[in-house]
Design a binder for this molecule. Structure first.
Ligand SMILES: O=P(O)(O)OC[C@H]1O[C@H](OP(=O)(O)OP(=O)(O)O)[C@H](O)[C@@H]1O
Ligand code: HPA
Ligand SMILES: [Mg+2]
Length: 166
């Protein structure tokens, strides 16, 4: 399946904003945590790695693993592929495991992750309406026709002043 989704708007996230939002996510997760805390964090690479690191730091979780799911090439979506699984001896059925990603869009990536660890708690920093039901905790909702631009995909560059442009 290959699908090019229309994204009319752009939502640009700076490193500062991402840090603040990932901390806000950790704050929310504190109250949802199991009594004895989360056993481990699983970051969905690559986008989930920076948020997962920030959340793991705030919640003092030292065991961090990764699952690699590839769904997009730029803005073109294809069927999600699990390229690398976490250590299933630690993960089990997902009980006490916190999965972190940068965002949920259609929810297809998280569907693949949930199939592997059905009891895990799933958190994303940003969520679009289609994928929201797949997420237990998130911080900011963004409309479906918006593309979120993350700081690792961007660079500062010179822009012409308004005056002088025709
Ligand atoms: O809810 P979905 O429609 O499945 O989309 C969300 C996923 O897409 C992006 O990952 P991508 O596959 O682009 O890989 P990356 O994290 O390595 O950039 C994003 O980081 C999420 O993991
Ligand atoms: O809005 C988005 N931004 C970046 N990566 C993505 N992967 C799916 N949707 C998005
Ligand atoms: Mg991703």
């Amino acid at each position: 399946m290959t699908d090019r989704l229309p994204h009319e708007k752009g939502f640009h996230v700076s490193w500062d904003q991402l840090h603040r939002d990932a901390r806000a996510l950790a704050w929310r997760l504190q109250s949802d945590a199991p009594e004895d805390g989360y056993k481990a964090v699983v970051a969905i690479t690559r986008g989930g790695m920076a948020p997962a690191m920030i959340v793991a730091r705030e919640l003092d979780i030292r065991t961090v693993d990764t699952i690699s799911v590839k769904s997009y090439n730029h803005q073109t979506q294809s069927a999600p592929q699990v390229i690398k699984s976490p250590d299933m001896d630690i993960i089990g059925d997902g009980t006490g495991i916190l999965v972190v990603d940068d965002l949920v869009d259609t929810g297809k990536t998280l569907e693949a992750v949930r199939a592997l660890m059905p009891k895990a708690q799933i958190a994303t920093v940003y969520a679009k309406p289609m994928g929201r039901p797949q997420v237990n905790t998130f911080v900011t909702e963004v409309s479906q026709d918006t593309w979120i631009f993350f700081p690792w995909d961007m660079a500062l560059q010179y822009v012409e002043p308004y005056r002088g442009k025709d």
